[in-house]
Design a protein around this ligand. Structure first.
Ligand code: ASP
Length: 321
């Protein structure tokens, strides 16, 4: 569904439009330390946050929260940009990218993984049960099956029909803010003050077979440094990969920038290196060690969900254009 249409129709967004400027996330501007907090990309992040919150509100670990949280859109067949029901590549194959990073700086990633509903959990197993950081394609699938994950057909009837329709023209054009790509990226700080992050996606719809985006690449789609903060990106992965935007945002927080400023500077840096930036969207969210958060995007309509003891809501991020 076209994102704008979805936003218009959803009750969340009705709140957004009536709130206007009040929709700014003021909770992060009053500089009050708050934990636990979970933030995630896009309006579908709100449902994901609910599951993460079940863990965080009981004093659980941020790592467990972000894994559980992003499993919600992964299992949601109606979400065409993550996990089951994700749009396939141009050959009709659903290939998934995911990564996870914990408070100790450990990381696990899978790229171009097929047939597994929860790539985030496979990424966690890569982190915890192997000496490696990334497993890809067939190797990642073999590992997942060895770890007890079940093989599932991820191509739903709906996404198959849409792909077949796309084949009629085979016109490859990622469109700004339209739901043919959109990753769930989630960041959390737990009551212990520890940070973790997760990122999972089916990537760009109708991508070339074998294409891997930013989402499973540490430093590009996601970065966590438990001393300073964490950041995650969504949008056209190719430009995020070339700018390592998540790492940059965390580095900026290390240099005492607020999460909001860090997102803005990281996006500005990316824009400076991307002459055609008006044709593409990148959004990012960040959180620091105090539980303050930030979000910024190139274009309007990048939404993110934030849940804490005082907030449970979708916001629209500030934007450059
Ligand atoms: N960043 C993802 C990718 O390039 C897609 C998205 O977030 O919209 O694969």
């Amino acid at each position: 569904m076209e994102r704008r249409k979805f936003i218009k129709n959803s009750s969340i967004a009705m709140g957004l439009s009536t709130l206007g400027l009040n929709n700014l996330d003021l909770s992060s501007m009053n500089k009050k330390t708050e934990k636990p907090v979970v933030i995630s990309t896009w309006d579908f992040g709100l449902a994901a946050n609910q599951d993460a919150w079940k863990i965080l509100s009981k004093g659980g670990r941020a790592l467990d929260a972000v894994e559980q949280g992003v499993m919600v859109p992964e299992a949601d067949a109606s979400n065409s940009s993550v996990g089951l029901g994700g749009a396939p590549d141009r050959d009709g194959r659903v290939t998934l990218d995911a990564c996870i990073m914990d408070e100790k700086g450990n990381a696990g990633c899978v790229t171009a993984l097929e047939h597994i509903v929860h790539p985030i959990s496979v990424a966690r197993k890569v982190m915890e049960n192997t000496p490696h950081v990334i497993l890809t394609g067939e190797g990642a699938l073999q590992f997942a099956l060895d770890q007890g994950f079940k093989k599932t057909d991820l191509l739903t009837e709906k996404s198959k029909k849409e792909w077949q329709k796309w084949l009629e023209t085979s016109d490859y054009k990622p469109v700004i803010n339209i739901e043919n790509h959109d990753t769930i990226g989630m960041l959390a700080i737990d009551s212990n003050g520890d940070l973790s992050g997760a990122c999972t996606t089916s990537g760009l719809a109708y991508k070339m077979h074998g294409r891997v985006g930013d989402s499973p690449v540490i430093g590009a789609g996601l970065y966590v440094d438990n001393e300073y903060g964490a950041a995650v990106c969504t949008g056209l992965g190719e430009v995020v990969l070339k700018n390592l935007s998540s790492f940059l945002a965390v580095e900026l927080m290390r240099n005492k920038k607020s999460p909001q400023k860090a997102c803005e500077i990281a996006i500005e840096r990316l824009l400076a290196k991307t002459p055609n930036y008006k044709d593409l969207q990148v959004g990012m969210i960040a959180i620091n060690k105090k539980g303050e958060t930030g979000a910024y995007a190139i274009h309007p309509n990048f939404t993110y969900a934030k849940t804490s003891n005082t907030i449970n809501k979708v916001f629209e991020a500030a934007h450059k254009i």
